[in-house]
Design a binder for this molecule. Structure first.
Ligand code: ZN
Length: 202
């Protein structure tokens, strides 16, 4: 941020009175512009023991695979946003059945809310996807995933399924500060909490 969104004059980093960290502060009108994490919402869509994956048609990581997801919009709830993103990227209607993982990525200021969902329609690539496919868990393209958070979310999912349980996860993905930010090998899952629950199958 270089300019004040209130008056258009330059901002500088300054610790406001009573605060403990620098904030973008306007040099003219004094407005303090707080930057806070952004929420990303998405779905792990299951159908016949397979997961719906999208091959990205946009940067970053064009041509790599992810679960449908994206930034939560203002005025929208998390489930609403996750359904909307799934509709946009996979042209699919889904029923969200349970939370899967809340994963924080403090190094890029993002919080991911990922949900379990069931497919309730046909699917096809939306404008942001090159391909959309139902992929068996043993065929997940681990080396072609777009983002480490997707890698971790799918790893947790596969582990839960192989344990035969349903779990809701909370954790923070810590980047070790070396190598590519897109390499899941440079991340560890910290503050991991997992709650096991019963899922009532319809
Ligand atoms: Zn200003």
């Amino acid at each position: 941020m270089k300019h004040c969104s209130t008056c258009g004059r330059p901002v500088e980093q300054r610790i406001p009175a009573g605060d403990d960290r620098p904030r973008h502060t306007c040099t003219a009108c004094g407005a303090i512009h707080y930057l806070n994490p952004r929420v990303v919402v998405g779905c792990l869509v299951e159908h016949e023991q397979k997961l719906l994956l999208c091959k990205r048609a946009i940067e970053p990581n064009i041509g790599r695979w992810t679960v449908p997801g994206g930034y939560l919009e203002l005025g929208e709830g998390a489930l609403q946003g996750a359904r909307r993103e799934t509709r946009e990227e996979a042209q699919a209607e889904v029923e969200i059945t349970a939370p899967h993982a809340y994963l924080d990525l403090p190094h890029i200021g993002q919080c991911y809310y990922l949900f379990h969902a069931r497919l309730r329609s046909a699917f096809a690539p939306g404008p942001e996807s090159l391909e959309v496919e139902l992929v068996a868990l043993e065929d997940i393209p681990w080396t072609e995933l777009a983002f480490p958070v997707v890698h971790w979310a799918l790893e947790l999912f596969v582990a839960d399924r192989s344990d035969g349980v349903f779990r809701m996860h909370q954790g923070m993905l810590h980047w070790d500060g070396t190598g590519s930010r897109f390499d899941p090998g440079h991340y560890t899952l910290r503050d991991h909490l997992a709650l096991t629950y019963q899922e009532d199958l319809p």
